[in-house]
Design a protein around this ligand. Structure first.
Ligand code: SF4
Length: 394
């Protein structure tokens, strides 16, 4: 979950040592973790696709047609669309096995539905065999896709299934985009009148640890010529990568920011979120203040309620003091069951919520989704074995 979906966790078939929590070098379009010589068409922003085609003498009009096929229509087979000859020739010569470019087409290894039918979890296999998880969640009147940004995660939050599997690799922009396109195809197949309008980056991985790839993917996903999910409907969730929070603010990125806090003192937080040893609570709160100052935007603070750890009235009062002066909304998340943590009942945080509201902060409980398919917050770990109901949905 980029803080956040302590339940997605793909097969750990390519585990590598957990890297240090120092931010790695840019992982964007030109510095890939996967060093394939062929390039994914879905990795390109619109302007980059235009440039690629222009270099081969294919004009802007055809680049727009190809972009629409990829991102608005979500085609999985480029032999189907009736392209005009210049584009058809380029596609036939350049895209496919052994050619310069390929179509990002993850294989659906598994799909599990929650008992209430509102949540579908997909286990997707990427081109190199790595598996990741994506969740499509239905709420009244809207659907939200929860995407992964890394295979595994380096942040090691102790209550999180993904954190417990360690870091495997960053996802490329195309691998992030492909998750949204897949969820959209599924939704259309269920009901062609429904549109996918919301996206959260709360699947496997810490989005701000893979900044360049994530921001490139979001530019593509929010492009009105393609999937067209509005920037204000996209939430980036972070466990507190301070330099990247400041960068989002300086770049005036239009997306929503959700910060997973989970602790109101350095000790309380460090016990749950090891990354806070790198970026302390004080550094994080200062960065949040700066973010609000520069962007004028509200921050959503995520608070996973863990029985006996961070759910006391005293903690709630400290949280009110900590957030003083920040335009903040607090989302309470009763912990979904993961190894070693039992979570709390949905209503046990009511006193916690009352104190936050009395302190002047909007405070809501996040709706639980997909617990019986291990697709709830903190449960993602891309493991086909997680198929038995853990608890009944409320
Ligand atoms: S370890 Fe932490 S940051 Fe990483 S996915 Fe889990 S909750 Fe999110």
């Amino acid at each position: 979950m980029g803080a956040c979906n302590p339940s997605l966790a793909a097969t750990v078939d390519a585990r590598v040592p957990v890297p240090s929590l120092d931010l790695p070098a840019a992982t964007g379009l030109h510095s890939r973790v996967n060093d394939f010589s062929a390039r994914s068409l879905h990795d390109f922003r619109f302007s980059e696709l235009v440039e690629v085609l222009a270099r081969d003498g294919v004009v802007l009009h055809h680049a727009k047609v190809l972009w629409r096929a990829l991102h608005r229509d979500g085609v999985v087979d480029l032999s189907e669309p009736p392209f005009l000859p210049p584009l058809r020739r380029w596609v036939d010569a350049s895209v496919g096995e052994g050619k310069r470019f390929f179509l990002e087409a993850p294989v659906v290894v598994d799909e599990i539905h929650s008992s209430d039918g509102l949540t579908r979890k997909f286990l997707l296999r990427m081109r190199d065999g790595q598996t990741i998880e994506t969740v499509l969640m239905g709420y009244e009147g809207r659907h939200t896709v929860c995407v992964s940004t890394q295979a595994g995660c380096a942040m090691g939050c102790v209550f999180c299934a993904t954190g417990q599997m360690g870091f495997v690799r960053h996802l490329r922009p195309g691998e992030i985009v492909a998750q949204v396109l897949h969820a959209r195809r599924v939704l259309r197949a269920i009901d062609p009148t429904k549109r996918l309008r919301n996206m959260v980056l709360m699947g496997m991985g810490e989005p701000l640890h893979n900044y360049d790839s994530v921001l490139a993917a979001l530019e593509t996903i929010s492009d009105v010529r393609g999937a067209g999910i509005g920037p204000s409907k996209i939430a980036i969730s972070t466990v507190g990568v301070v330099p990247s929070i400041l960068r989002l603010a300086e770049e005036q990125q239009p997306y929503r920011l959700a910060v997973s806090l989970h602790g109101s003192t350095e000790e309380e937080r460090a016990a749950l979120v090891p990354a806070s040893k790198r970026w302390s609570l004080e550094m994080l709160i200062n960065a949040c203040r700066r973010y609000v100052e520069l962007t004028g935007k509200r921050i959503f603070f995520e608070w996973t309620l863990i029985a006996g750890k961070n759910d006391s009235a005293e903690t709630a009062r400290r949280l009110v003091e900590l957030l003083d002066g920040i335009d903040a909304h607090v989302n309470l998340i009763p912990l979904n069951p993961t190894g070693g943590f039992a979570g709390v009942e949905s209503d046990s945080g009511l006193e916690f919520q009352r104190i936050l509201i009395a302190g002047g902060f909007p405070c809501t409980f996040r709706q639980r989704r997909g617990i019986d398919v291990a697709a709830g917050c903190g449960m993602l770990k891309a493991d086909k074995r997680v198929r038995v109901p853990l608890v009944q949905n409320e």
